[in-house]
Write a protein that binds this ligand. Structure first.
Ligand code: ADP
Ligand code: MG
Length: 807
C-alpha cells in the first residue's frame, strides 16, 4: 500500500484482530542496485499497537501474558505497550481469570503447551490469543530476560522473588515484545505488583452490571459512570479516571486525600479555571514517552512534547501552595523537564514537516556544520531568487517566470507570444501548451550545487533529529511520570467539575461497618430524567443490626435502580469522588459483589442459571463482613420453587455464617421471602412504594420499611399495553393460584382470552343467567321469591353446562 495510506489499512486490519507485519525499504532507493532491499521491521499485534490512529485514547490497550504452574497457581503480567505501564499479579487460577476478564485485554499471550481446559477458559475472555513456545515461560529464561531488560540483580526488586508464575509471565512477555518489535523498547516501566489489599477489586460482572466503564447496551458512553464523571482535559486523565473507577481504594487515608483535593477544587473556581485552561494544552505525555521508547516519535511529536513540557511549571505553581496534601505532593512529583523542552526548542523549527527525512526541520544556529552547508549554497540560492527579476529586465518579457519542480528541476518559463524575444543562451528543456521552459548554463551549475548540498543537508538534518530524539528518550521515565501525575491531577479536577455540575457532596468515610445514605440518587439515571424527577432514597445498612435489606416491590418500581445506586455511591466515594446524596457515611468496603439481572452467556455454553449460580458461589466463597453484596433477582433463571429455595438459603447463609455477614441488599420478586425477618433479626424488609389507583398503579419510587406482598405483574402488563382480555384472564388465574384452587382443566373451561381484534366477530352475547340477574330487583323480592329465583338460576347454569356451552 502507498505509505501515506498505510495507517488506514493498518487500523482496519488491527480492528479485525489480525497481526500485521510491516515491511519497509531498508536502503536508499537512489543508491540501490537493482531491487531495493526490503525487510520486515515490525510486527504489530492487537496488544502492541504502535499506530496512533488505531489506539483508543480514552482507555488502555492491553496485552496480558498468562502462566499457570499447573498446580494451583497462575500469574499474569499486563502491559499497556503504548505507554509502557506494566502490572503483575499472581494467585489462584480462578482469581487470575477474573482479573484478566476485568482488565479486558486485546491480546492474551500463553504457552503453546497450555492444557485444553485452561485454553477453553481463556478463549472465553474475548482477547486474541497468541501462543508462543513453552520454553519462554521457563523460570531461568524469564528471570534472565527480566534482569537483562531492567538491569536488576534480583527479582526481589519487583516483589517477584516468591512469585515465579508472575515472573514467568513477565519474562515471556519481554521476549515476545522483543521478537515483535525487532528491538528492545526503551519505555517499559518497572512492573508494579497489584497488591489486592490496596484496592476494591471489582470483577468483570460487577463492572458490567453497574455499568462502570461502559453502558450495558448502546454506545452512548455518557450512560456509564465513567462517561458521566469524565470531564478530564487530557488523554492521561481519561485513562486514569477509568482506572480509578475500576479499582477504588480500600485504605481510608488514601481515599481522604483524594476527597480533600476534590473538596479544595470544588470551592476554588479560580483554580479550576486555571487548571482547565492549562490541562487542555497538554498532549498525551505517556504515549509520547511510548513513541520515544519504540523509536517512532516524529518531529511533530517532539514539538507537541515541547509545548506540553513548557506548561508543566504553570501547573506546578497553581498547585504547590496551600491546596491539599495530595495536590501538593503531586505537584512536587512533576519533574523539571525544562532542559528537555529547551533542547527541543533550540533544535527544531516551530512547525516542522511530518517526516524527518526531507529537511526543513532543524533551526538555524543549532548546528555549525548544517549552517555552513546551508551558507555554502546561499550564493546560489540568492542567485536563483533574484534571477526572475534580472531576466525580465534583460529580455523585456514581463511574464517570464523562474520555477522548480521535482522531476525537471529549475526552469525558466516563457509564454508563447514572447518566444521571439528569448535570447540564444536559453536552452529548450520542455514544451507546454502555452509556454516553453528553458534552462541556462549558469542556472544548471547553480542547480547542481544546490541539489548536491541539499542531499547532504537533509541527511544531516535527519541525523541531528535522531540524535535529539535519543537524547530526549533519556528522559522517558520522567516524561512518563509527568504524564501519570498530570492524569491524576486531571482526574481530581474532573471529579470536582462533576461534583459542581451534578450537585454531589463529600462522603464521610469510616472504618466501621455502617453504610448510611440520605437522599441518595442514581448518578446516571438521574441525568437521563428531566431535572428534579428522580426521587432520592435513604439507605441504612450495618453488620450489627441492619445487615440485609430484603427489597420487594412490583416490577418497574425502582428496585434495581436503588440497589445499583447504593453500589455506585460506594464505588464513587472510594475512588475519591463526591457522591449523589444529601449526606453519606460510608464504612469502607473491601469488595463489591453483584449478582444482577440475567446476563446470559449462552454463546459460551452456559445457561443463565448456571452463570447465576457461579456468581453466587463466588460471593459465598469470597465475601467478608466488610463486603457489600448486591443481589438482584437471584433464582430467576430456574423454576419458581428452586429459585425461591436457593434465594432463601442464600439469605440464611449471609445472615448466619460469621465469615460472611456482609452488608447486603437483596431485591426480589419472591414475596415469600418477606417472612425471613421474623426468623432472622438482621434481615429487614423494605419495599419500593406504589399506589393502586382504580386498576392502575402509580410508582412512588420511595423505599420504605415493610414488605410488599404483591408483585403487581398484571398491572405492569397493562401498562405495557397487553390486551385487556388477556390481563383479565391472567388476573383470574392468579387469584386461583393464590387461593390454591387452580385446576388447569376447570380453569380452561371458565373463560378464555379473546383477541380484541376478533371481538367484533364473536361479540359475546350476555347469557340468559346474566340477563336475568341484571333485571332482578333484589330489594323488591320476598325471601321466598329470592330462594326460588336462585334455584331457577342454578338450573339454568347446570343445563347450559350439559349442553357444552362455554358459560
Ligand atoms: P425494578 O427493578 O423494580 O423493576 P427499575 O429499577 O428497573 O425497576 O426501575 C424502572 C424505571 O423506573 C427506571 O428505568 C427509571 O426510569 C425509573 N426509576 C427508578 N427509580 C427511580 C427513582 N428513584 N426516581 C425516578 N425514577 C426512577
Ligand atoms: Mg429490576
Amino acid at each position: 500500500v502507498p505509505y501515506h495510506s498505510a495507517e488506514k489499512y493498518l487500523t482496519q486490519l488491527l480492528r479485525a484482530g489480525l497481526k500485521v507485519a510491516i515491511c519497509e525499504q531498508t536502503e536508499d532507493p537512489k543508491k540501490a542496485k537493482g531491487l531495493v532491499r526490503r525487510e520486515v521491521t515490525e510486527i504489530i499485534t492487537p496488544g502492541t499497537i504502535t499506530v496512533d490512529s488505531a489506539l483508543p485514547t480514552d482507555r488502555e490497550n492491553l496485552i496480558v501474558s498468562f502462566h499457570s504452574n499447573g498446580s494451583g497457581t497462575a500469574g499474569i503480567t499486563a502491559l499497556e505497550f503504548s505507554t509502557g505501564r506494566v502490572t503483575t499479579f499472581e494467585g489462584s487460577p480462578e482469581v487470575v481469570f477474573d482479573m484478566i476478564e476485568s482488565l479486558a485485554p486485546q491480546e492474551l499471550l500463553l504457552s503453546d503447551a497450555t492444557n485444553e481446559a485452561t485454553m477453553k477458559r481463556l478463549e472465553q475472555l474475548g482477547a486474541e490469543l497468541s501462543k508462543i513456545e513453552d520454553w519462554r515461560f521457563d523460570h531461568d529464561y524469564s528471570e534472565g530476560k527480566i534482569k537483562e531488560y531492567y538491569k536488576i540483580h534480583s527479582l526481589e526488586a519487583f516483589e517477584l522473588g516468591e512469585r515465579p508464575s508472575a515472573a514467568a509471565a513477565l519474562g515471556s512477555l519481554l521476549s515476545y515484545i522483543e521478537e515483535m518489535k525487532f528491538a528492545s523498547p526503551l519505555h517499559l516501566s518497572p512492573p508494579r505488583y497489584a497488591e489486592q489489599a490496596e484496592y476494591v477489586y471489582l470483577d468483570a460482572a460487577t463492572l458490567r452490571n453497574l455499568e462502570i466503564l461502559r453502558p450495558a447496551i448502546g454506545e452512548q458512553k455518557r450512560h456509564s459512570l465513567a462517561g458521566l464523571l469524565d470531564h478530564c482535559q487530557t488523554a492521561m486523565g481519561h485513562r486514569c479516571l477509568g482506572r480509578w473507577l475500576a479499582a477504588p481504594l480500600r485504605e481510608i487515608d488514601s481515599i481522604e486525600r483524594r476527597l480533600q483535593s476534590v473538596g479544595r477544587l470544588v470551592v476554588d473556581d479560580e483554580l479550576r479555571d486555571a487548571l482547565f485552561k492549562t490541562l487542555g494544552n497538554i498532549a498525551d505525555l505517556e504515549r509520547l514517552a511510548g513513541k520515544l521508547g519504540y523509536r517512532k516519535a516524529t518531529p511533530r511529536d517532539l514539538i507537541q512534547l515541547k509545548l506540553s513540557l513548557q506548561r508543566l511549571p504553570e501547573i506546578k505553581s497553581f498547585l504547590l501552595n496551600n491546596t491539599s496534601e495530595l495536590l501538593e505532593s503531586s505537584a512536587a512529583e512533576i519533574p523539571d523537564l525544562s532542559a528537555t523542552a529547551a533542547r527541543i526548542e533550540a533544535a527544531l523549527v516551530d512547525e516542522p514537516p511530518l517526516l524527518a527525512t526531507g529537511g526543513g526541520l532543524i533551526r538555524a544556529g543549532y548546528s555549525d556544520k548544517l549552517d555552513a552547508l546551508k551558507a555554502s549554497i546561499q550564493g546560489a540560492v540568492d542567485f536563483i531568487s533574484g534571477l526572475q527579476e534580472k531576466l525580465r529586465r534583460e529580455t523585456g518579457i514581463p511574464s517570464l517566470k523562474v520555477g522548480y519542480n521535482q522531476v525537471h528541476g529549475y526552469y525558466i518559463e516563457v509564454t508563447r507570444p514572447h518566444l521571439a524575444n528569448v535570447p540564444a543562451s536559453f536552452v529548450r528543456k520542455q514544451t507546454l501548451v502555452n509556454a516553453e521552459r528553458f534552462i541556462t548554463d549558469e542556472l544548471k551549475v547553480k542547480e547542481e550545487l544546490i541539489l548536491a548540498a541539499e542531499d547532504k543537508i537533509n541527511a544531516l538534518e535527519e541525523t541531528l533529529f535522531y540524535e535529539l530524539r535519543d537524547q530526549v528518550a533519556g528522559e522517558i521515565e520522567a516524561i512518563n511520570r509527568a504524564g501519570r501525575v498530570i492524569g491524576e491531577i486531571d482526574t481530581l479536577f474532573s471529579f470536582a467539575v462533576a461534583a459542581r455540575r451534578y450537585g454531589y457532596t463529600r462522603p464521610r468515610m469510616s472504618t466501621g461497618a455502617t453504610l448510611e445514605i440520605i437522599e441518595g440518587r442514581h448518578p446516571v439515571i438521574e441525568q437521563l430524567l428531566p431535572r428534579g424527577e428522580f426521587v432520592g432514597n435513604d439507605t441504612l445498612l450495618d453488620t450489627a443490626s441492619e445487615q440485609i435489606q430484603l427489597l420487594t416491590g412490583p416490577n418497574m418500581a425502582g428496585k434495581s435502580t436503588y440497589l445499583r445506586q447504593v453500589g455506585l455511591i460506594v464505588i464513587m466515594a472510594q475512588a475519591g469522588s463526591f457522591v449523589p446524596a444529601e449526606r453519606a457515611e460510608i464504612g469502607v468496603v473491601d469488595r463489591v459483589f453483584t449478582r444482577v439481572g440475567a446476563s446470559d452467556r449462552l454463546a459460551m455454553g452456559e445457561s443463565t442459571f448456571l452463570v447465576e449460580m457461579n456468581e453466587t458461589s463466588r460471593i459465598l466463597n469470597n465475601a467478608t463482613p466488610q463486603s457489600l453484596i448486591l443481589l438482584d433477582e437471584v433464582g430467576r433463571g430456574t423454576s419458581t420453587y428452586d429459585g425461591l429455595a436457593i434465594a432463601w438459603a442464600l439469605c440464611e447463609a449471609l445472615h448466619n455464617e460469621p465469615q460472611l455477614k456482609s452488608r447486603t441488599i437483596f431485591a426480589t420478586h419472591f414475596h415469600e421471602l418477606t417472612e425471613l425477618p421474623n426468623l432472622q433479626p438482621r434481615i429487614k424488609n423494605y419495599q419500593v412504594q406504589v399506589k393502586r389507583h382504580r386498576d392502575k398503579i402509580i410508582f412512588l419510587r420511595k423505599v420504605k420499611p415493610g414488605g410488599c406482598d404483591d408483585s403487581f405483574g398484571i398491572e405492569v402488563a397493562k401498562l405495557a399495553g397487553i390486551p385487556q382480555g388477556l390481563t383479565k384472564r391472567a388476573a383470574e388465574i392468579l387469584k386461583e393460584l393464590e387461593t390454591g384452587s387452580f385446576d388447569p382443566i376447570k380453569s380452561r373451561t371458565r373463560s378464555h382470552y379473546v383477541n380484541p381484534n376478533q371481538l367484533a366477530l364473536f361479540e359475546q352475547k350476555p347469557s340468559e343467567v346474566e340477563e336475568r340477574l341484571r333485571q332482578l330487583r333484589v330489594e323488591e323480592l320476598t325471601p321466598l321469591e329470592a330462594l326460588n329465583e336462585l334455584s331457577e338460576l342454578q338450573k339454568l347454569v347446570l343445563q347450559s353446562r350439559e349442553d357444552g356451552g362455554s358459560e
